[in-house]
Design a protein around this ligand. Structure first.
Ligand code: ME8
Length: 661
């Protein structure tokens, strides 16, 4: 057998000073989809993800956590790895920048660049953004970082420099010779103009940072984060021995648009300097935004993957991420849109087609896939449409146009629904002609479903495996070769597998509340347990009883002092459309008017609350409830077995803003 062609793709290696959110999940899911797709096209695939563990931010985070850096990053790397496992994303390599194999590769790459004359020692003074781990070109003292908007710091230090300036022409020539290197096309101009504008040499070591890979014999120099981080792609597939494994150069680096320059300017230049092969393609996708801004914990607008996967299944999240936004562009994330798509495309679309087809085969053909009889033009038309979709979908996958690939597939599902509605197999009788016709219609539908299942597998690995079993098809769906997929290969006579629950319909507002409630618990692990409904609905009303720690878990006064509670006065109160339990309040807390959502709508009329004085936790991180920002929490007692919220109040008149002690 000829050796399989190899395909190597990577996600960015993620910073360990934060936790994975939907943005990181997006890149990693896309990588997982491509990995599965390429395997079905016969490639031997390696996909790498990992963690970027050095730098000042980690030093600080570890200090705050009161543990050594090595322990801090080990815990964080485990968190990231465990999340990908839990979400069914199976990277072949998980590279950590603290791995010995990586340390050796970085030192080796530096040695090659130095031997080839592209490294020299110098001094650098500049404005440095410690959040992005980068000097900010052309910034003056006092300037904020243009990327993240936070203050820069002035830094002078002895550095090793990389002669990036020597690579202006080689890079421009490289882009010209390799027009597909940077995708999508729309991003190319910005990079070409950046390089045409002239390249400054780049400092690639630090003496001010302790937590990094040492430059051998040159301590206290440690490597600059990007020289360190980018090299991880090579470390993961053999480092200095990359030729043995045969996966370098990478076929595809998937990145977000925030880090294009590092991947398309610095990285190829480092590799050129070391005379190593350059990756074939960098694909930069857009951002998932929440309310038109980038997610961040301080803004309280991060979306977490786990609660969505728990509520709707990981396949639903994967489908949404790929279907909702054209790969490459920015898109808005909304729970509304997620659940709407889940119900329409998955529950009513694919799930319904699979279960009703199986039920009809069960009822009419004793659970065995029938053989089609004489075909009528409408059967042939559906077959042709499905056959055409095979080519289209593969073509769209190749172009990374996942949204169009899924759109084409779902058009086929819609055609099948229409076909069943017009052919009405359920209204046919038991005569021989009718039985023949039923067999043809159901075999045609089953064949269509088989093909859709195969093509959707990279995106919906779990549910398509279930449908494959349901259809009683041999082997596993992941082993089907896409290049050999044709209409007419259905294994007829096969017995259906057990009925499977695929995508149970959900009630939209309830599903969103449950997702948000789980997300709030994950973001604020110290929040009250979910015993009282007020807290369980994810509302910002803390039921005081539920918040009480267990008898044995006493806290010190210093812990209590961390919670800032003040007297607030409710100014306005209104219901939130689609959220039965929540009220949106504005509350005067003395120093400002806050918007707070409270899970009390079933027990308090909005008008009755105006002017009422309440106890408010004022230093909780803001969060979103049903898409509405909630900045604080109103204290209530949880009364009775169902935990009815009763607002805490003050029998004497108290000043608005007074602190509760
Ligand atoms: O930049 N929408 O790590 P990082 C879409 N360690 N994608 C998003 C996103 C969003 N809102 N937020 C993050 C680093 N991403 C470096 C990389 S690589 C050698 C070193 C994704 O943890 C997107 O892929 O900040 C982005 O490029 C990446 O996460 C940044 O991850």
């Amino acid at each position: 057998m000829p050796a399989k062609a190899k395909f190597y793709l990577t996600t960015p290696i993620y910073y360990t000073n934060g936790l994975p959110h939907i943005g990181h999940t997006y890149t990693t899911v896309v990588a997982d989809v491509i990995r599965r797709y390429k395997r079905m096209r016969g490639y031997e695939v390696v996909m790498t993800t990992g963690t970027d563990e050095h730098g000042v931010n980690v030093e600080r985070a570890a200090k705050n956590a009161g543990i050594p850096e090595s322990e801090f990053v080990a815990r964080m790397a485990e968190t990231w790895r465990a999340l990908w496992d839990e979400l069914g994303i199976s990277a072949d390599e998980f590279i950590r920048t603290t791995d010995l194999r990586h340390v050796r590769t970085v030192q080796w790459l530096f040695k090659l660049c130095r031997e080839n004359g592209y490294v020299y020692k110098g001094h650098y003074t500049g404005q440095y953004c410690i959040y992005d781990n980068a000097f900010v070109n052309d910034a003056k003292p006092g300037d904020n970082c243009p990327d993240c908007g936070r203050p820069t710091e002035t830094l002078t230090e002895e550095n090793y420099f990389f002669k990036l300036s020597a690579f202006q022409k080689p890079l421009l020539d490289f882009y010209k010779k390799n027009p597909d290197f940077l995708q999508p096309e729309t991003r190319k101009n910005e990079i070409v103009s950046f390089v045409e504008g002239g390249l400054k040499d780049l400092s690639i070591t630090r003496t001010t940072v302790r937590w990094g890979i040492p430059v051998p014999g040159e301590e206290p120099h440690v490597f600059y984060v990007w020289f360190d981080a980018l090299t991880a792609y090579l470390s993961a597939v053999g480092g200095p021995d990359y030729e043995k494994r045969g996966f370098w150069p990478a076929d595809l680096h998937l990145v977000g648009k925030d880090i294009i320059r590092f991947h398309t300017v610095y990285w190829p230049a480092f590799l050129m300097a070391a005379m190593l092969p350059i990756p074939k393609q960098v694909w930069a996708h857009g951002w998932f935004l929440m309310d038109a801004s980038k997610m961040s914990k301080s803004k309280g607008n991060v979306v977490l993957p786990r609660p969505i996967a728990n509520m709707l299944g990981m396949d639903a999240l994967r489908y949404f991420l790929l279907r909702e936004v054209v790969f490459g562009q920015d898109g808005n994330f909304s729970y509304e849109a997620l659940v709407t798509r889940y119900n329409s495309d998955l529950a009513n679309g694919l799930g319904n087609l699979a279960s009703r087809s199986a039920a009809m085969i069960e009822k009419n053909f004793a659970g065995k896939i029938p053989k089609a009889g004489k075909l009528q033009p409408q059967d042939e038309a559906l077959a042709r449409e499905t056959q055409t979709a095979i080519g289209d979908v593969v073509d769209y996958f190749e172009k990374m146009n996942f949204a169009r690939a899924l759109e084409s597939l779902w058009a086929v599902i819609a055609a099948a629904d229409k076909y069943l509605t017009t052919e009405k197999p359920w209204s046919l009788g038991d005569s021989e002609a009718d039985t023949q016709r039923k067999a043809t219609v159901l075999a045609t539908t089953a064949e269509l479903l088989r093909i859709v299942t195969v093509l959707a597998h990279p995106v919906l690995p779990d549910s398509t495996s279930k449908i494959w079993t349901l259809l009683g098809q041999p082997g596993s769906v992941s082993a089907v070769e896409l290049d050999g997929l044709r209409w007419g290969q259905l294994a007829t006579g096969a017995s259906l597998g057990k009925p499977q629950t695929l995508f149970p319909r959900v009630e939209k507002s309830e599903a969103i509340e449950r997702i948000e409630s789980m997300a709030n618990e994950e973001l604020n692990p110290a929040a009250p347990p979910a015993a009282a409904p007020a807290a369980a609905t994810g509302s910002a009303t803390g039921a005081a009883a539920a918040a009480a720690p267990a008898q044995s878990e006493k806290i010190g006064i210093e812990d209590f002092a961390k919670v800032e509670m003040r007297v607030g006065q409710i100014k306005t109160a209104e219901r939130i459309v689609g959220a039965d339990k929540l009220l949106k309040l504005t509350v005067d807390i003395g120093t400002e008017i806050r918007q707070i959502c409270a899970g009390i709508a079933q027990f308090y009329e909005p008008e009755s609350l105006i002017g009422r004085k309440v106890a408010v936790v004022t230093n909780l991180a803001p969060r979103k409830l049903r898409g509405v920002e909630s900045n604080g929490m109103i204290i209530a007692a949880a009364v009775g077995p169902e935990g009815r919220p009763v607002l805490a109040g003050f029998p004497e008149d108290v000043e608005v803003g007074a602190r509760l002690k």
